[in-house]
Each structure stands twice: as C-alpha cells, then as structure tokens.
Design a protein around this ligand. Structure first.
Ligand SMILES: Cc1cc2nc3c(=O)[nH]c(=O)nc-3n(C[C@H](O)[C@H](O)[C@H](O)COP(=O)(O)OP(=O)(O)OC[C@H]3O[C@@H](n4cnc5c(N)ncnc54)[C@H](O)[C@@H]3O)c2cc1C
Length: 282
C-alpha cells in the first residue's frame, strides 16, 4: 500500500531579521515585505516524516504553502529535501488571514490538488506550530474542514500492517506529547497530523537534491484558481480574528546601584521591595 502525503509548509521571518519586522498601523498585520524568510523549523520534521513514509511504503510527497510570491524560494528548498512537487497559494486576496482563513485556503488548495491528481491524500502533515504566529491552530482546523481525524503534537508515528474486512488496511499508532507525559493513539488513514519536532530529524539538502529541485514542478495558484472557495472565508476580510491595538510594551526600567556591606545592601533591597508592596517575612 503506497500513500499520498501532503505537507503544509509555512515561510516564517528569519529570526536574524526580527528587528526589521513591522506592524501595518492600519491593517494591524505583520509587514513581511523585504524580510528574509525560512522554512518554519518544525515543518522540516513534517517533511522528513512524509519522505520516510514514501521511502517505506511508496507514494508521493506534495508540499503546499499559502504565502507571498517570493515563497517559491522556500519551496525550492523543500523540493531539494526530496518532496516530489510543490503548490504555492499566493494572492493578495489571501493576505492578512487569521488561522481560520489560512486553514480554509489550504483546505481548498488540497482539494484542488486532489481533483487534479485524481486521488485523495492519505496523510496531511503540518508542524505543531509556526515560529511567528505560534497559535498551533491550523492543523486541527484543517482536520475539521476536511472532516478527517486529526491529532496534534505527534512525536511518534508507526505503521502496523493489519487485516480488516479482507482488505489490507494499515493501522497507524501515534504518540502525542502532553504536559506530564504522552497519549497513545491508533487510527486509519486519512489523517491530519500536527507533528512535533522530535517525530523525525530532518535530512540536509544535498547538491544532487538542489539540482533536481530546479526541474521539479512548482505550481502557483491565485484566488481565481480556488474557484470553490468563498470570499467570506478568505484573507483579512474573511478572518473572524481581527487584531486589536498592537503596541510595544514600555520596557523602560529604572535601576539603582546599591553599595556598602552585604548586610547594608540586603537591608536596602528589603526596604525597596517592601516600599513596593512586596511582603517579606512575618
Ligand atoms: C504574532 C502573531 C500573532 C497572531 N495571532 C493570531 C491569533 O491569535 N489568531 C489567529 O487566528 N491568527 C493569528 N495570527 C495570524 C496567524 O499567524 C496566521 O493566520 C497564520 O497564517 C496561521 O497561523 P499560525 O502561524 O499561528 O499557524 P500554526 O497553527 O501555529 O501553524 C501550524 C502549522 O500549520 C501549517 N501552516 C500554518 N500557516 C501556514 C501557511 N500559511 N501555509 C502553509 N502551512 C501553514 C504549518 O505546517 C505550521 O507548522 C497571528 C500572527 C502573528 C504573526
């Protein structure tokens, strides 16, 4: 049994350039223009998990991203890791999307790819969270739009051949991270998984991989291509989460240098703390 895998990949601002990140004062969304981006780190683990499913069972690995046009560079990097094909959903109409609008757009992108390929995806893999928005909402929302079972924070995924109704149907066992341990799950495909970084160690891209990636298909779709999608759920307009006042907290701190004997300094510290309402001792 071979599997068709889709991996959702988000370009995120390169942390080395966070100082250049600004907020659009009117739309209150992040201005990404001109800020170098990279593949959301945990999405590389999702891609690796997809590649290993293909190496173990056969099938295909397709990556999908909703992002500005310059995300094609990011997708070429992912194709160089070994993915077969990439789709970039890019249009101003998708801009400013909150998680609901993002997952809705990805849902329609995935459905359109399935229609084009004549098959349905067995696994849709996402990272557990992005390095910028970090809401950790998209994978579960995607599961809901698709109507598929979905799990979040999956750090282990193993297949167990099984017989069901005479058809060879694989059962997958998974473990998800919890605060104080983990939970075990078994399920059949199709599945939507938000994976944790530990699920697989991403491979490095090889020169051969980079060369091959140049000729691998990378398709860009805009609003008009997602004809089944409704404007009501797209972009900033289709986003129920409208950012409120965004401001940088006033981090001004006053400092005072205490000198003297250790006892004198401790005495001074206690006095200052108490004068600021901190209860110390009886
Ligand atoms: C600082 C900040 C705070 C935000 N707060 C909120 C908020 O409270 N509520 C809200 O609805 N939106 C919020 N957003 C907007 C949100 O980041 C976007 O909607 C984003 O496209 C999806 O959310 P996320 O980055 O949190 O994704 P997460 O749910 O954290 O991402 C999980 C996984 O989903 C996949 N994924 C996510 N986005 C994409 C994409 N564009 N293309 C392909 N795959 C993707 C990736 O595999 C990723 O690892 C915020 C954005 C920022 C920068």
């Amino acid at each position: 049994m071979s599997y068709n895998v889709a991996v959702c990949v988000k370009p995120v601002p390169d942390p080395k350039h966070y100082d250049k990140v600004t907020i659009d004062p009117v739309k209150k969304t992040i201005t990404r223009t001109g800020i170098p981006t990279l593949v959301n780190p945990v999405d590389k683990s999702a891609i690796e998990a997809g590649l290993q499913l293909r190496e173990h069972y056969g099938g295909s690995v397709i990556v999908v991203s909703m992002a500005p046009p310059n995300a094609d560079e990011i997708l070429r990097e992912v194709l160089a890791m070994g993915a077969d094909e990439a789709y970039l959903l890019s249009d101003r109409a998708f801009g400013g999307a909150d998680t609901l609008a993002t997952s809705y757009t990805l849902y329609h992108g995935l459905k359109k790819i399935e229609a084009a390929k004549g098959y349905s995806f067995d696994f849709i893999l996402c990272g557990s969270e992005s390095a910028d928005g970090a809401t950790a909402q998209v994978s579960s929302q995607l599961g809901e739009w698709l109507g598929y079972p979905h799990l979040w924070n999956v750090f282990e995924l193993e297949g167990t051949p099984g017989k069901e109704g005479g058809g060879e149907k694989e059962t997958f066992s998974m473990k998800t991270k919890m605060e104080n341990g983990y939970m075990e799950w078994t399920a059949h495909i199709p599945l939507v998984l938000g994976v944790a970084r530990e699920i697989r160690k991403p491979r490095f891209t090889s020169i051969m991989g980079i060369m091959k990636a140049k000729n691998k298909p990378l398709t860009v779709w805009g609003r008009a291509d997602l004809d089944a999608a409704e404007d009501t759920y797209l972009g900033l307009k289709g986003s129920p989460t409208q950012p409120g006042e965004i401001f940088s907290p006033d981090l001004k701190r006053s400092g005072e240098l205490f000198t003297g004997t250790p006892e004198a300094i401790v005495g001074r510290v206690v006095t200052v703390l108490r004068s600021n309402g901190v209860v110390i001792g009886g």
